[in-house]
Design a binder for this molecule. Structure first.
Ligand code: NCD
Ligand code: ZN
Length: 346
């Protein structure tokens, strides 16, 4: 097959940043995705209705009014989030989820959570108001090694799923066999996002056989068996697993610091062509559309009437070289050849 068309995908986990970087990256996401769930980890964080409205306007302006791109908005859950603020947030049409980060474990998470149980009233309010809880699934604490943090967090995930049976929960950017197995075992209120880079990288590509800061993201890529389990989940046709790029741009300076290198990989320009290559390699191209579109729509079912015909995207087999740098950001696969190009269907 040399070309095919699918519904324009949804990216259910993206960092669009603000200021100049937003102007660089928003048009790229808008070109490849009809909708995207925009993460709230700015400084200061997006946490109130006013923050959300302002940020949404900035995103719409940066993505180009003619693009048709619609951001789905999130708010950041902090240790001092007031459960009473949830009802008001839930009233905003495009606010669909709250995001909880573990303290200190990723970019801009110094203000994150240490004690998930202490937030039970916030989670109960989200359950009541039908908001999705998005979890960065790594367990904080000094007693756990970095690579074990996701496995350790799964107990918290199970606890939350049991305690709030009607709360929809997404375990974001999963990286381990155990995360796949746990999500499969839990009720259908629990789903997971899978990135493109975690289907390609292992720990050796980050800092093992070769050292590559541009492959460094949180949670860090794990072992080949973990990567293979993620591939199987992504191509399985199981609606609990859908695409979230976790495209997380940082300026080149932030990625090349000797200490405190920024976690995050800028994948928006290449994620879809890479997914096509992966699904093609595994004879699963017929499942791609469900992974990047249907399952996200089914799980999130955001409110609001559909307007016009849903946009489509065409993939054409045609080699191109990924730019070395885009607006001061080095993208994933910089300088490398990809075999599929993406075209908008007019
Ligand atoms: C993200 C970022 O840069 O904002 N970084 C990352 O490594 N994925 C934050 C996050 O999602 O953990
Ligand atoms: Zn992220």
């Amino acid at each position: 097959m040399d070309q095919f068309t699918i519904q324009k995908p949804w990216d259910m986990h993206v960092h669009l940043r603000d200021g100049e970087m937003l102007k660089t990256v928003a048009p790229i996401t808008a070109r490849y995705f009809a909708r995207a769930l925009v993460m709230p980890n700015l400084t200061p964080p997006i946490r109130t209705n006013d923050d959300v409205s302002r940020y949404q306007q900035e995103i719409l302006a940066a993505s180009g009014p003619g693009s048709g791109f619609k951001p789905l908005m999130t708010f950041k859950i902090l240790p001092d989030t007031d459960p009473h603020s949830i009802a008001e947030l839930a009233q905003m049409k495009d606010v669909v989820a709250g995001k909880a980060y573990p303290k200190g474990l990723t970019h801009n998470a110094e203000d994150g959570i240490e004690d998930y149980f202490a937030l039970r009233d916030v989670f109960a309010a989200m359950e009541k108001h039908n908001l999705v809880l998005c979890l960065h699934g790594e367990m904080p604490g000094t007693h756990i090694r970095g690579r074990d943090r996701e496995r350790a967090f799964l107990r918290t995930l199970c606890f939350l799923a049991r305690t709030f049976p009607n709360l929809r929960i997404v375990l974001e950017h999963i990286t381990t066999v155990e995360a796949v197995e746990t999500v499969l075992r839990l009720p259908d209120t629990v789903a997971a996002t899978v990135t493109a880079h975690h289907l390609l990288l292992t720990h050796d590509d980050v800092g093992g056989d070769r050292m590559c800061p541009n492959h460094y993201c949180k949670p860090v890529a794990k072992d080949p068996a973990d990567r293979d389990a993620l591939i199987q989940a992504a191509i399985s046709g199981c609606p609990k697993f859908f695409f979230g790029s976790d495209s997380a741009p940082h300026p080149r300076e932030g990625k090349t610091r000797l200490y405190d290198c920024c976690a995050g990989i800028f994948t928006a320009p290449v994620a879809l062509p890479l997914l096509v290559e992966i699904f093609e390699r595994h004879h699963a191209l017929d499942r791609l559309e469900s992974f990047v579109y249907d399952f996200a729509v089914q799980f999130y079912h955001p409110r609001g009437p559909a307007t016009g015909f849903p946009p489509k995207l065409r993939f054409v087999k045609d080699q191109w070289t990924v730019p070395e740098e885009i607006g001061g950001i080095v993208p994933f696969y910089a300088g490398q050849e990809l075999s599929w190009r993406v075209e908008e269907v007019k």
